[in-house]
Design a binder for this molecule. Structure first.
Ligand code: KG4
Ligand code: ZN
Length: 339
């Protein structure tokens, strides 16, 4: 086969991810997470993440190559997340990728983390239609992106003006004393709760508000106030109802705005990526609303939605296939790399 064999390295946050793909075929997806080390701080501690990446980097590369059953000598390129993300964490991946590519005499491809969250869907559902609309929702970002070409042209239509969607899940879980990360546990509790129990506010949905921007800090404050009032009155907090009502507010706004963006831009495909794309209610509501709007929904399986190396390899392989230019050996790790 003449499809490019690419190794991808991802270290933008707390996951050390190394993936191997051949074209749009996933061969390996090795992930070492330091999430447990951050749990007692209630959020990712950058210095801990960097050190964990350093320890996990080489073993994870070796694991991915073994899993893929390929030799590093046969690689057509080494792709790495150049940003955005935590500066120190990114630096570990970028340095490793450079050392590896240089030693093997392979081309280096620095890729954008957000674009690779979109590209990963190709491993699951084949070539992405151009353009594709992408809703990226994770602990670090909440963005609507229009992607005429994931390797060269991804346009941000809107993003959060305060907390990311995943961050909101994490903060609400903290208020409810459910631990970290909050998304999966809120998701679980919400299944037992009534999403209409409490009418929490939907941020930035007024007629004069930015159509594609998000805001979750007002919602967070509303939930905190509601819970505190119950506690102050000595009443029990109905955790499942709070979780379900909060989750409904977030997923309602995310899906509403994503579909509006598709309509306004005349795009008939929506992909959802990032850790929050694992959310059960987000998936169900998006399916329902996309079906009503005649939009085809693409959501990769949860393991490909959260940060991983396969997504980086997927975008790298697309860059090789399209003859995109190779990065130089002084490729910087850029914590605020624009898409
Ligand atoms: O993409 P990701 O692994 O890392 C970042 O780039 O941030 O996303 C992690 C975020 C966390 O905030 C976590 O709480 C959230 O994704 N998350 C979820 C679910 N699973 C993970 N949020 C809602 N529902 C879930 N099932
Ligand atoms: Zn991410």
């Amino acid at each position: 086969t003449d499809e490019p064999l690419v190794l991808g390295i991802e270290t933008s946050c707390d996951e050390t991810g190394v993936g191997v793909v051949r074209g749009r075929t996933l061969l390996a997806d090795a992930v070492a997470s330091s999430v447990d080390e951050h749990a007692r701080f209630g959020g990712v501690v950058p210095e801990i993440a960097s050190r964990a990446h350093l320890e996990a980097m080489v073993p994870t590369i070796e694991r991915a190559l073994a899993e893929a059953g390929v030799s590093a000598r046969d690689l057509d390129g080494v792709a790495v997340t150049a940003g955005p993300g935590l500066a120190g964490a990114l630096l570990v991946g970028v340095s490793a990728a450079k050392a590896y590519a240089y030693a093997l005499g392979k081309p280096l491809y620095g890729v954008n983390h957000l674009a690779s969250h979109i590209a990963v869907d190709q491993l699951e559902h084949g070539a992405l239609p151009e353009p594709t609309m992408a809703l990226l929702v994770s602990g670090g970002h909440s963005s609507l992106l229009l992607a005429p070409d994931i390797t060269a042209d991804v346009r941000p239509l809107g993003s959060t003006i305060d907390d990311a969607a995943g961050e909101a899940f994490d903060k609400i879980a903290r208020i409810l004393q459910l631990g970290f990360p909050g998304g999966p546990v809120i998701d679980r509790y919400a299944r037992e709760g009534d999403p209409a129990a409490i009418a929490f506010p939907r941020g930035l949905t007024g007629p004069r508000d930015a159509p594609y921007d998000f805001s979750f800090s007002g919602l967070k404050t509303a939930v905190a106030r509601w819970v505190e009032a119950r506690r102050a009155a000595g009443e029990n907090v109905p955790v499942a109802d709070v979780a379900a009502s909060f989750q409904e507010a977030v997923t309602d706004v995310l899906t509403r705005k994503a579909i509006r963006a598709c309509r306004d831009e005349g795009v008939d495909h929506l992909m959802i990526g990032g850790g929050v794309a694992a959310n059960t209610r987000l998936r169900a509501l998006a399916e329902e609303r996309c079906a009503d709007a005649g939009i085809t929904l693409r959501v990769p399986r949860p393991k490909l939605c959260t940060d991983n190396g396969a997504m980086v390899a997927a975008l790298g392989a697309e860059m090789v296939a399209r003859g995109r230019s190779v990065s130089s050996w002084d490729l910087p790790a850029d914590s605020s790399l624009p898409v």
